[in-house]
Design a protein around this ligand. Structure first.
Ligand code: V47
Ligand code: SF4
Length: 384
């Protein structure tokens, strides 16, 4: 839809001057304010959010929808922290914590070798914050993974894991990140951000790194030449003002470094955790979150829906609400969401299924690498 038609439609159909002003800004590539962000959450109907976010999405990416061929490794779910929303972590406080796991180094290398000969481009490694797995352990692990699979991009460790390992090793964030980068790490995933507002963070994850530390870690990563992603955990006790504050802090850091690739809203799932009394939000709230993220985060090139978390059908819908990236084939036993009741209990999609999911809603499937170089356009090449 053209700029003129988006504006005309909004101007003709609503008397809401604030929405008209926002639409005007969107059509002129201008940034909206935090007050306007909150206004979108509180007063604007989903149809208008769809119109604006899809306009931005198509202006930036047309119908292109990115995915990659990746797999996940979660070395352990043993964690020194106790986030209230986490269904996955175990701290072996009691010896009979039967569903705690800890992969041996050999098991990790075997998991990498299992993909030999397959055109996978990325391994995503995150897990609990294990008191015994430190910087030296992970440096060695990454070096060995790269020795087995030199071509693979290692996206690893949330800022929470990195903060813990740097502090324990008594090195600055930049020093720690340089060690990992030299070992072969390529980028950072976006986890651990949750909600930056101090009060909300205190209530849902009071003992892990602070918001300031999370942001400082990502700034340090960008400074040493490692790009990263950013997430937000929405749909629990937060209010629109906290969502907008969170996005604003990321937008400011992105202005400074330009090092973020994608913004990934993560829907709070209420299974088996200490916040199970909180209802999950409706699909309307999901669509709103992604659409407003697309409108507000004007300096983030990609808005990603992590399909194992949000489900395949909602992912398809989200491709008309600002989303242009759906992560990867994932192939794995990733448990951080399945244990909290996410849509997919054992998420894996073949390339063919990925292509079908995207083409079924008239978008263009593009395989990308971890830093968004386009590898293959599946709308013009045959799957072999
Ligand atoms: O930080 C944990 C979230 C995150 C729950 O960068 C939960 O490409 C909802 O960040 N309900 C870790 N969310 C995973 C992550 C991620 C995933 C996929 C791709 C990328 C990327 C990053 O998982 C945590 C937390 O926000 N999480 N428990 C839950 N009950
Ligand atoms: Fe540990 Fe991460 Fe779970 Fe928090 S979300 S308890 S840091 S594994």
């Amino acid at each position: 839809m053209s700029k003129e038609s988006v504006l005309a439609l909004i101007n003709q159909s609503v008397k809401d001057q604030q929405l008209q002003a926002i639409a005007q800004k969107v059509s002129q590539n201008e940034r909206i304010t935090t007050d306007e962000g909150v206004y979108l959450f509180e007063h604007v109907e989903l149809g208008y959010l769809a119109l604006l976010s899809n306009y931005i999405r198509e202006k930036r990416h047309g119908n292109k929808t990115y995915f990659n061929k990746n797999f996940h490794i979660e070395p352990t779910n043993i964690c020194v922290f106790d986030c209230k929303f986490c269904a996955y972590s175990r701290f072996l406080r009691e010896k009979d914590d039967y569903d705690a796991w800890e992969m041996s180094e050999e098991e990790i290398y075997e998991a990498i070798k299992a993909y030999e000969g397959q055109d996978i481009t990325e391994v995503h490694i995150v897990g609990g914050v294990h008191p015994k797995m430190g910087l030296a352990y992970f440096k060695n692990l990454i070096e060995n993974i790269k020795a087995i699979r030199p071509d693979i991009h290692v996206k690893a460790f949330t800022a929470v894991e990195l903060d813990y390992m740097c502090k324990k090793a008594k090195v600055s964030y930049e020093e720690g990140l340089k060690i990992l980068k030299d070992a072969g790490q390529g980028s950072l995933p976006g986890g651990g951000a949750e909600i930056f507002d101090t009060e909300i963070r205190k209530q849902i994850c009071k003992d892990k790194c602070t918001s300031e530390e999370w942001l400082a870690m990502h700034e340090a990563a960008h400074n040493v030449g490692m790009p990263s992603n950013a997430t937000i955990l929405y749909g629990h006790i937060e209010k629109p003002i906290h969502l907008v504050d969170h996005m604003n802090r990321l937008r400011e850091l992105q202005d400074k470094t330009g090092g973020f690739n994608a913004f990934i809203p993560l829907k709070f799932r209420n299974g088996n955790n200490q916040m199970s009394n909180i209802n999950e939000v409706s699909i309307i709230e999901d669509l709103k979150m992604f659409a407003i993220a697309r409108i507000f985060m004007d300096n983030f090139n990609h808005i990603k829906a992590y399909w194992p978390m949000i489900g395949r059908k909602t992912t398809q819908l989200l491709l008309s609400f600002g989303v242009n990236d759906i992560d990867g084939t994932v192939d794995d036993s990733t448990k951080i969401y399945s244990m909290a009741g996410a849509e997919e209990q054992k998420p894996v999609m073949t390339t063919e299924q990925m292509i079908d999911l995207i083409t079924a809603v008239n978008r263009q499937p593009i395989e990308r690498d971890s830093v968004y170089n386009e590898l293959r356009d599946y709308s013009v090449t045959e799957l072999v």
